[in-house]
Design a protein. Structure first.
Length: 275
């Protein structure tokens, strides 16, 4: 069992910030905005899937996972709230949150699926967020020039994603999910996640004074995503590791999460602990 701490982040999101909040860089801002726009709906889906999964477990297994699931729900609910505040600023700036509509429509279409599908989708998406979170903590330059409060938001979120990276995966295993279906769902989520984030990023860039058409935007995209140690190219090996029959999220690195949380304890208050 993983001990999870629910924290309330002590930053001001009432004060407006510009669309290009990430060091004035159009692409970096648009991509992180797209990720944030996906989070409230996504995190509610994760909460619902894991909560429902817990209810279906036999009593002994349910008791073993209950505290961790409660911590997972608490962390994800806090992320949902803070990104809703972040997104409200984007709404005021006129950004269209298409990714929320697309994901909600897709989830309604799959609402009647076996619960294990939803838990597998949650585990797959949590794998993406965990490897990107660890990458972000290792690459503070991805937030170079961002306001301290917004840099804190993304690094705090990254640290907590690293903390709870095991929960949905363990739930899927406890529900009797098999390897073949886990991989099938993972490949589907890989396509959908990247496709939706790309579409939303392009929408954001078009809204940002047509930054979509500027060569500098795509130079930044290449550096961030496809450089040797970039967000996508640099994480291919960690992505591929999920395909192994003996994979478990705990096998992957998360060394900077705890040091960041310890060093930035003044930025949050502890609300609850899972154990």
């Amino acid at each position: 069992m993983t001990d999870l701490v629910v924290r309330r982040l002590l930053i001001d999101l009432d004060t407006p910030f510009p669309g290009r909040w990430n060091g004035g860089d159009a692409f970096r801002s648009a991509l992180f905005n797209a990720l944030s726009q996906s989070f409230p709906s996504g995190e509610q889906y994760f909460i619902d899937a894991v909560r429902a999964g817990l209810k279906q477990l036999p009593e002994e297994r349910r008791s073993a996972l209950a505290a961790e699931v409660q911590g997972f729900i608490g962390q994800e609910a806090t992320h949902r709230r803070i990104h809703s505040l972040f997104n409200a600023n984007l709404d005021r700036l006129g950004y269209d949150n298409g990714i929320e509509r697309w994901t909600e429509a897709r989830r309604k279409a799959h609402a009647g699926d076996d619960l294990r599908n939803h838990v597998a989708a949650t585990a797959a998406t949590e794998h993406f967020t965990a490897i990107f979170a660890d990458w972000l903590l290792h690459h503070p330059e991805a937030l170079a020039g961002a306001e301290p409060r917004l840099r804190t938001l993304w690094q705090w979120h990254s640290a907590e994603e690293s903390e709870h990276r095991n929960t949905a995966f363990d739930m899927y295993q406890a529900l009797g999910g098999n390897h073949a279906w886990r991989i099938k769902v993972f490949k589907y989520i890989t396509f959908v996640f990247l496709y939706d984030v790309l579409r939303q990023t392009l929408l954001n860039l078009w809204h940002d004074d047509k930054a979509l058409l500027r060569p500098g935007t795509w130079r930044s995209a290449w550096r961030l995503c496809f450089a040797r140690d970039g967000m996508i190219r640099g994480n291919y090996g960690l992505w591929k590791a999920y395909l192994a029959p003996d994979f478990h999220p705990s096998q992957q690195p998360a060394a900077l999460a705890r040091p960041w949380l310890d060093a930035n304890a003044a930025q949050y208050t502890v609300v609850a602990r899972s154990a």
